[in-house]
Design a protein around this ligand. Structure first.
Ligand code: HEM
Length: 435
């Protein structure tokens, strides 16, 4: 991935020019009922972890045509089965869209254009890279990190406990854990975690000056290249070592592929997990009886976390990457996406589809869901770091429950600050009292 080839690198993942670009604010007019009508999208602005009731109407409607602030019109999939098809059906791909005017909520999203990024490839090239990386991110290898992750979590909880008064969970825990875990993957001292965060902040920050951004790109490139070279000559047991030595018959990852994959892990795995930690705690603190259920019965935690993954809308409206149909494909209600047309899979909405998840707008830890949630996508591009993100969140909440069962919000819910300038539902500060 050549970051410097793209002048607006800070828009890469985190979005810029959100301000004022959301088509309509507040409640929308009733949803049009003809698929031939094109609605401006997003219809509403994101608010905390709400999924606006207008999406129930959209789901009833089936796929509709929308126009995002940037790019050409596209289909919007909100039903579970449609979202799953868009992610899982090989007739939908990413490569077709690279030279096109991609629909998006921010301009010039590099991730949407860089053909060397995994997320922009289609099988079989993409499958080859996934095959070569599968050993490094397998459930077995990731669960072997559990003890080390637990030590990191306990250290952070100790640091929180040392504070007097309320503490900010986001800055003291949420923003700390994922970069520390990244040091395990790269096999570097945990003291470098802070540096990773600063680099990512500089690379993706909305107010970073271009010179500072280019300097950070060069530094990161040099750092990662040096690490890869070291792993070629030294025996270590970190995931980067596994990636460097991954092979399938005679096939191996080349230098550029290794660099791109390391950056994909870096950029795809930090901010997402930081936000998910904060929003998961927010969801639990604002569903107090659910938290109490977990305090009373810790065995319920795995089911509860699975439900939180389903229920929390991690990305803002319009953010998931569109897919392009390589031939005519029929979605629900007989809607045909014509060859060459883009579709936006709004998976947070699909996750609430009541035909699959009865009472799906409610958080229910006793749900026996017949189908898996789509928060980590599905099919060829299913999140490569899924097991790692799940491990981090699981260990965090296991230890938090044990250590601070009486944890509570230290401010009224509507005083929790949400970030307006990122592509995710992201909490800026989450003050809590620890008990
Ligand atoms: C809360 C945490 C996370 C969420 C919600 C999340 C979500 C997603 C989603 C929805 C996709 C599919 C994108 C698409 O194809 O349109 C994806 C792909 C990806 N994720 Fe994650 N992710 C998370 C954590 C991580 C972590 C921890 C890592 C790395 C260690 C990671 C690395 C990746 C990579 C490399 C891809 C591209 C896979 C491909 O295109 O084949 N993610 N993620």
């Amino acid at each position: 991935m050549n970051l410097s080839a793209f002048p607006d690198t800070q828009q890469l993942l985190y979005g810029v020019e959100w301000q004022g670009r959301v088509a309509q604010k507040g409640r929308p007019a009733p949803v049009a009922t003809k698929t031939s009508e094109i609605m401006d999208y997003p219809l509403v602005t994101d608010k905390a972890l709400d999924v606006d009731p207008v999406y129930k109407e959209l789901q009833a409607e089936g796929p509709v045509k929308v126009k995002l602030p940037f790019g050409e019109p596209c289909w919007l999939a909100t039903r579970y089965e449609d979202v799953r098809s868009v992610y899982g059906d090989r007739r939908f791909g990413r490569v077709l869209g690279i030279p096109r005017d991609s629909p998006g909520v921010w301009i010039g999203a590099v991730m949407a254009k860089d053909p060397t990024m995994l997320v922009n490839m289609d099988p079989p090239e993409q499958s080859r890279l996934r095959r070569l990386t599968s050993g490094a991110f397998s459930p077995r290898r990731i669960s072997s990190l559990r003890d080390q992750v637990q030590v990191m979590v306990d250290d952070l909880l100790d640091e929180m406990a040392d504070q007097s008064g309320s503490v900010d969970f986001v800055s003291m825990f949420g923003r700390q854990l994922p970069p520390r875990v990244l040091t395990l993957i790269l096999g570097v001292p945990v003291s470098e975690a802070q540096q990773f965060r600063l680099w990512v902040d500089t690379l993706t920050g909305l107010d970073t000056e271009p010179d500072a951004r280019h300097a950070a790109e060069e530094t990161v490139h040099e750092y990662v290249t040096r690490l890869i070279a070291k792993r070629r000559s030294e025996e270590t047991d970190d995931l980067l070592h596994v990636l460097v030595h991954a092979h399938d018959d005679d096939d191996r990852l080349n230098e550029e592929e290794l660099y791109n994959l390391t950056m994909a892990v870096w950029l795809g795995g930090l901010e997402t997990t930081v936000n998910q930690l904060g929003t998961s705690l927010f969801a639990l603190m604002t569903h107090r009886s659910h938290w109490q259920e977990l305090v009373d019965d810790r065995e319920l935690l795995p089911a509860a976390l699975e439900e939180l993954w389903r229920w929390i809308p991690s990305f803002k409206y319009g953010v998931p990457f569109v897919r392009w149909a390589s031939e005519d494909v029929e979605l629900s209600g007989g809607v045909v996406v014509k060859a060459g047309e883009p579709v936006l899979p709004e998976h947070s909405v699909g996750n609430r589809d009541e035909s699959v998840f009865p009472n799906g707008w409610e958080l229910d830890f006793h749900r026996h869901a017949p189908r898996p949630h789509l928060s980590l996508a599905f099919g060829a591009h299913r999140c490569m770091g899924a097991h790692l993100a799940q491990l981090e969140i699981q260990v965090a909440f296991e230890r938090l429950l044990r250590r601070f069962p009486g944890i509570d919000l230290a401010v009224p819910v509507d005083e929790v600050h949400w970030s307006e300038s990122t592509f995710m539902r992201s909490i800026e500060t989450l003050p809590v009292t620890l008990r």
